[in-house]
Design a binder for this molecule. Structure first.
Ligand SMILES: C[S@@+](CC[C@H](N)C(=O)[O-])C[C@H]1O[C@@H](n2cnc3c(N)ncnc32)[C@H](O)[C@@H]1O
Length: 265
């Protein structure tokens, strides 16, 4: 057996489509393989608005981080299911507004780990850190975040497009509960999640295709299931909406991705 420890590159599989890389492809990025582009194109053929969903999700991230760092004064961010570095990553937006902001990124895809250096370009006053961990291990994530984030002060826990990979809804609820129990009053939870509502009914076949041909498997959730992640939290205006409509104008087309921001009282 080869005694060398496995590097991120050793763990990368180029024979099966991975969500982080297909998401990067839909966002116009270059960090993807032929298998990702092939599956990405097939999904787009079945569900043409998927590219808009991806772009709307990133735009939502930008508006929320600007609001939290600028208007609310949150200066710590735990961004789980970060994805590959792109333009306007969480730390760039947060530190543009609050240069001392501290950010911990978490993902479990080896390609994100391999590119993580691009996420670690912190301002001098602030800090960014990357943790290679599974969202289903919130205790491990909290332990790894502690050297960078002061969990005695408010934290924005961001889970954008990630709970949809925790297929069991009770487990997904438990992940959120564990994370939010570890942070104090004034902390915020930021979520996006695909749904077959909001015009997303056509996504059902595309998701089935994804689950047969790509990894990790995904699920959509109803508004009721999505709302159950917010138990005990105060939902900020305008509530649970299409992420494209969160604090934008009413004429913005809806995408089939819920977005919400909620505060821990
Ligand atoms: C749809 S992308 C979203 C990226 C980013 N949050 C955004 O909104 O643009 C989902 C990300 O979650 C990551 N992911 C999926 N399952 C995960 C898990 N169990 N633990 C950690 N990360 C996971 C994928 O590798 C991918 O980078």
């Amino acid at each position: 057996m080869d005694p060398r420890p496995q590097t991120a590159s050793d763990r990368i599989r180029s024979d099966v489509a991975h969500n982080a890389r297909v998401w990067n492809y839909w966002l116009g990025g270059k960090d993807n393989y032929p298998v990702d582009r092939a599956v990405g194109d097939q999904v787009t053929g079945m569900y043409p608005s998927i590219g808009e969903v991806a772009r709307a999700d990133r735009a939502f991230l930008g508006r929320v981080v600007r609001h939290l760092a600028g208007d609310v004064g949150v200066d710590q961010f735990l961004d789980i299911g970060t994805g590959l570095p792109t333009v306007n990553n969480t730390h760039e937006i947060a530190q543009h507004t609050a240069p001392h902001a501290r950010i911990v990124y978490v993902d479990n895809d080896p390609i994100v780990l391999a590119h993580a250096r691009a996420l670690l370009t912190s301002s001098l006053e602030g800090a960014t850190e990357y943790v290679d961990a599974d969202a289903r291990r919130p205790d491990q994530i909290l332990r790894a975040a502690e050297p960078t984030l002061d969990l005695g002060r408010p934290v924005a826990v961001m889970m954008l497009g990630i709970l949809n990979f925790v297929l069991d809804t009770d487990e997904a609820r438990s992940v959120v509960r564990t994370l939010m129990a570890a942070v104090p009053s004034g902390s915020h939870l930021v979520l996006t999640h695909p749904t077959l509502e909001l015009g997303g009914e056509g996504n059902a076949a595309a998701m089935r295709f994804w689950n047969e041909n790509a990894t990790p498997p995904i699920t959509a959730r109803s508004r009721e299931e999505f709302a159950s992640f917010l138990d005990g939290l105060e939902i900020l205006e305008p509530g649970i909406v299409s992420c494209s409509r969160w604090r934008t104008n009413e004429r913005e087309p809806a995408v089939a991705q819920f977005g919400v921001v909620a505060r821990k009282p």
